[in-house]
Design a protein around this ligand. Structure first.
Ligand code: ZN
Ligand code: ZN
Length: 146
């Protein structure tokens, strides 16, 4: 799974709009943090990276929406994303397909409920970024950014 170029730019902007860009680490710091999380070690506030946090939240949500099909690699189907599923493009496609209607498959029980006026991807990036901002404020990682 990999966030596509288009959605990565949207994620960066959402973090930047909330004044959190100074907390976005270098590639090296982000890798160390990822290793800490994978190994289940307690993570340090100093290595908290809002962009990586957003990345993990989006991937987690995509797995909730799509199940393990979020993890497949398909060079043909996802040719424009190095063969990987974008955790925003695919859920949005599924969401749009089921918005107030069935997709036509009689076995399918999915239905999408509009959450607001924004499409799925924008809505989810905004919601997740807001909770990241909240986290940063609670941990005093940002000085009272409004
Ligand atoms: Zn995408
Ligand atoms: Zn369906």
């Amino acid at each position: 799974m990999k966030i596509c170029t288009h959605h990565w730019a949207m994620c960066r902007k959402a973090i930047d709009d909330r004044g959190l860009t100074p907390l976005v680490g270098t590639g090296q710091a982000a890798m160390e943090r990822a290793v800490e999380e994978i190994e289940g070690r307690p993570t340090e506030d100093a290595t908290y990276d809002p962009l990586m946090a957003l990345n993990y939240m989006l991937m987690g949500r995509a797995i909730e929406v799509m199940g393990l099909s979020a993890m497949v690699t398909d060079m043909e189907r996802y040719a424009d994303n190095d063969g990987e599923v974008c955790p925003l493009c695919e859920p949005r496609r599924i969401f749009d397909l089921h918005l107030g209607k069935t997709c036509g498959d009689p076995q399918c029980t999915l239905s999408a409920i509009p959450t607001g006026t924004k499409p799925y991807d924008e809505d989810f990036i905004d919601g997740a970024s807001d909770s990241i901002l909240q986290h940063c404020r609670e941990r005093w990682l940002v000085a009272g950014v409004q």
